[in-house]
Design a protein around this ligand. Structure first.
Ligand code: HEM
Length: 160
């Protein structure tokens, strides 16, 4: 694994960085650009439908990059020998952040799917309950965690 990393280091780090850009940038665009636009839709049913649809597309786009992020991280852990180095606490911190972000994403996908089901059944209150927490808490939490991971990445990059 170390040989592969050394051979393709630039490409592997590039994939790591672009994955973070798509994941974190996608959430910021959704929460702070698209979301405010959706709130202008007057019909509550249509508004929730658009939000559920946009979230479906966002999650489908980011999921492959979430996987690429962890695969490239594993290459870097092995390639740089991070677990045996002084930087291991930072590496573990980033692994922890990725894990929380991943679990949070899985719960968001579950809640979105349930919200869409409620919408199809005409249960507006249930759908709103499922979708509201995603926008108010879960996406902002992942944005903060993602930015923290990027900062730690910058620190790691300048310390390697
Ligand atoms: C899963 C555990 C992770 C590990 C072990 C890890 C490890 C690393 C390492 C070693 C670097 C420096 C690469 C180099 O300069 O050669 C780095 C950079 C970076 N990481 Fe991670 N990372 C992890 C997760 C994440 C997550 C979750 C994000 C964001 C969502 C992220 C975003 C970044 C970014 C943007 C950089 C580039 C920083 C720069 O070059 O200044 N990483 N990461």
């Amino acid at each position: 694994m170390q040989e592969i990393f050394l051979e393709y280091k630039t490409f592997i780090v590039f994939l790591h960085v672009i994955s973070a850009v798509v994941w974190v940038g996608g959430m910021i665009a959704m929460r702070y650009a698209a979301h405010y636009s959706f709130l202008e839709i007057e019909s509550p049913q249509k508004r929730l439908e658009r939000i559920a649809h946009a979230l479906k597309r966002l999650f489908a786009i980011v999921l492959p990059f979430v996987i690429i992020l962890i695969v490239t991280a594993i290459f870097m852990i092995k390639g740089y020998g991070l677990s045996q180095s002084d930087l291991s606490p930072l590496s573990h911190a980033k692994e922890g952040i990725w894990s929380v972000m991943f679990i949070n994403l899985m719960v968001m996908i579950f809640r979105r799917n349930r919200g869409e089901r409620f919408l199809n059944e005409g249960n507006m209150v249930g759908a709103k309950n499922q979708l509201e927490l995603i926008g108010k808490v879960m996406v902002p939490l992942n944005i903060v965690l993602g930015i923290t991971a990027i900062f730690l990445g910058t620190y790691l990059s300048s310390s390697l």
